[in-house]
Each structure stands twice: as C-alpha cells, then as structure tokens.
Design a protein around this ligand. Structure first.
Ligand code: PEP
Length: 255
C-alpha cells in the first residue's frame, strides 16, 4: 500500500506574513486528520523556508524547496545547494517542475544532476515530468514521458531511486483549470510505473509514489486519487487557500 502524498507548491507566492499564516491554518485543520494515512508537504519560496519550518513545527507538515542547484558549494551566484536546503530543515525538493523546464529552460541532463544532488544531500526529490499540449495532440505523450523518466533516473542506483517521488503534471493542465481526466492521468501513471519496473524492478515500481498535478481542486481530488496508480497530488493554486488544500487532503484520504 502506497501512502498518499499531498504537496502544495506555492510557486512565487506568499510573503513573510501570509506564508506562516497559511501553514498554521493548514496545521490547525490537520489536527483532526489521521496523519498515519497521509503525508503532507508545503513547498514555499526559498526565502521563507526557515519561517515556514518554524511555523509548521507543531504540525506534521513537511517542508520542501522548489528547486536546488547540483553543486554543493562554491562560486555559483544566486544558487542554493541541497545541503543548504537540508540544513534549514527541509525534507523534499522539486526537480524539473514544468515552469523550470519551460519558462527557465532546464533540460533533462540538468534535472538529472539535480536529482542526484538532492539525494546525495539527504533530500527526497519530487521529479516532475509531463508533456506539452502539442506533444499530447501529436500522440507523443508516451515518448516524451519515457525520455523524461529515463533521463531523470540516469545513473541512479536502485537504492537511490527509492528516494524519488514522481509527479506527472501534463503541462497543459498546470494553472489552466483544465485537469486531465482521471482516466487520462491513470493511463500515463500506469505507463510510468511500467517504465520504472523496466529500469529497476517491480518491487521498486510498486513502492514508488506517483503524484498527479495540474489544476487539482477539492472537487476533483477524490476521483483522481481513486485511480489505482495515482498515489498523491502536487497542488499549485489550490494549495494557497488553507480550506481548499485541507479539503484536497481529506478527499485523498477518503478515496
Ligand atoms: C503545480 O504548480 O505543480 C501545479 C500543478 O499547479 P496548479 O495546481 O495551479 O495547476
């Protein structure tokens, strides 16, 4: 049984007041939730990580970073290492979020280096993958996902691969209000699990959590989570409202 994992990606939102307030409201709402049934993380902007970790202390909310650089230290102006993220108390980091792939221009090789660096630095990477609308319309979804999975896991030992959570986020569904149907998502998730089994083995593939992301809302979370190969949700916009994020978490447990 894979334990549901719900993560809220705050992107470049919140500030020094609203962020702690948001995480405290989520923590308060989770006091009534059986946390043995779900893992929850929030992923705020770098500059607020310490504040959010402090504000989340009394709860069981884990905190992650939205990105890392692949070197440990040195002359890399503006970059943040996995060791630094671990040092402030984070457990997770996103690698290859679609906005980093398609707005910033990160490619598979760079993202693979970040996955290695995250694990070597003691973090649990959430490796994001997903096809563009034109790739889906050209029936190239499987091909794109296969490339992103193979390159994302390149040179990663079986033991290290166990640290990874995958997040399937079709780019056309992110921030657009257009969610993949549960069936569309399930098809890709099952394909991804098959790929992981080919790269490693069935036992690792069966244990690996694969989140879905893309316009997840309280009213579609349950039907997505009911699908066999959807093990969690990576939530953007709806994670900025405590009530919506809590409703998504509760719906996921109920699924
Ligand atoms: C995301 O940021 O990963 C995401 C899925 O955003 P949204 O839920 O807003 O589509």
């Amino acid at each position: 049984m894979r334990k549901p994992f719900i993560a809220g990606n705050w992107k470049m939102n919140t500030d020094g007041h609203s962020g702690p307030e948001l995480v405290r409201a989520i923590g308060k709402g989770l006091a009534q939730v059986d946390m043995s049934k779900v893992d929850v993380a929030v992923i705020p902007p770098f500059v607020y990580l310490t504040q959010i970790i402090t504000a989340a202390k009394a709860s069981r909310i884990a905190v992650g970073a939205q990105d890392i650089f692949y070197e440990q230290k040195g002359a890399f102006t503006g970059e943040i290492s996995a060791n630094m993220i671990k040092d402030v108390g984070c457990n997770y980091c996103l690698c290859g979020h679609s906005e980093r792939r398609h707005v910033i221009g990160e490619g598979d090789e760079l993202i693979n280096k970040k996955v290695h660096a995250a694990i070597n630095g003691g973090l649990l990477p959430i490796l994001c993958i997903g096809e563009l609308l034109e790739e889906r319309e050209a029936n190239r979804t499987d091909q794109v996902i296969e490339r992103q999975v193979k390159k994302g896991f390149a040179n990663l030992s079986m033991e290290k691969a166990r640290a990874v959570t995958l997040a399937y986020e079709p780019v056309w569904a992110i921030g657009t209000g257009r969610t993949a149907t549960p069936q569309q998502a399930q098809e890709v998730h099952a394909m991804i699990r098959g790929l992981v089994a080919e790269l490693y083995d069935k036992s690792l593939a069966d244990d690996m959590r694969i989140q879905y992301g893309g316009s997840v809302k309280p009213d579609n979370a349950k039907e997505l989570m009911e699908k066999e190969d959807i093990d969690g949700l990576l939530v953007g916009g709806a994670s900025l409202k405590a009530d919506d994020f809590l409703a998504i978490i509760k719906a996921s447990i109920a699924a």
